[in-house]
Ligand binder design. Sequence first.
Ligand SMILES: NC(=O)c1ccc[n+]([C@@H]2O[C@H](COP(=O)([O-])OP(=O)(O)OC[C@H]3O[C@@H](n4cnc5c(N)ncnc54)[C@H](OP(=O)(O)O)[C@@H]3O)[C@@H](O)[C@H]2O)c1
Length: 325
Amino acid sequence: MKAVLIDEITKDLYIGQATDSVCGENELLVRVKATSLNRADLLQREGKYPPPKGESTILGLEMAGIVEQVGEQVTGWEIGERVFALLPGGGYAEKVVIPSKMAMRIPNNISYTDAAAIPEAFLTAYLNLVTLGDLKEKEYVLIHAGASGVGTAAIQLAKEIGAAVIVTAGSKEKLDYCLSLGADFAINYKDGDFSDKVMEITNNQGVDLILDFIGASFWQYNVNSISIDGRWVLIGTLGGNKVSDVNIGAFLAKRIKYMGSTLRTRTPEFKIELTEAFSQFALDKIKVGTIRPVIDKVYNWTDVEEAHNRMKENRNIGKLVLEID
Ligand SMILES: NC(=O)c1ccc[n+]([C@@H]2O[C@H](COP(=O)([O-])OP(=O)(O)OC[C@H]3O[C@@H](n4cnc5c(N)ncnc54)[C@H](OP(=O)(O)O)[C@@H]3O)[C@@H](O)[C@H]2O)c1
């Protein structure tokens, strides 16, 4: 099969030949129609985020496609059905094999390109807002990188839960987009310490939950912004991973719950359970359009370098999708 490969020396991406995936007895072999970019792809390409042991070394954490083969033990799936799913890797390819229990059926009114933009962003947002973050109605949530793929999913899920959403982003265009998507308040982090604004918005109570993609550069602002008994989930370190001069007193005084979270390294069983919980929460909402993937741009996979550059330059609002032909 053809797949996007990484030149070992230059790190350039090119379409080349890869070994065909073999369908196991509990798996589906899927012909991929579309896949999406994730920040992790940029890191993996540079050798900084290797795939979990035993998984495909091909980039791509999600896909949408057509079932081409059904494993002998699989029930409930047929050849020709439209399917989308999270992947541990391997999405930038013509074919991929997935555990049948991780497969979601694409609603009739959703295209392959839209479906391919859902799994990683929405399952990450669901895991960290709902499963780990325990976000409840009327609580305040602070979502950083609001216009990112995960951020645009998180805004929508938090609003469905009935929370009040505060986002940060780095341009007026991105802030306006987050507000149009349902965010209640939007702050430009490039103006500096955002915690004064957060405290003003929350009547000096602070936010109940922080979805933190940024890490070090926002550390103290986050400490200042969180409420007593607040939960804080770290899912990325776009602003660095080394914090100096940490005063853990605030963690004690505010009884802060600080959690680190990665989705890719979770077990297949965990991902299956998460996919089922998310499907129950969201698939009907996706069908009627109350929840939707935000697509920045769709590229043919021959233009994968251009898509990666757009993400690298922080220009995307929502997801960048690759069509595979
Ligand atoms: N732990 C997990 O399981 C998991 C799963 C999926 C994704 N993630 C993480 O979630 C984050 C978002 O992923 P994505 O694919 O949705 O990203 P994305 O669409 O590429 O968006 C990332 C955005 O973050 C902002 N940003 C970049 N550097 C920043 C900095 N130093 N300070 C503040 N903002 C910065 C930029 O927007 P502005 O213009 O607003 O600066 C950028 O467009 C990444 O860190 C990714 O690694 C984690």
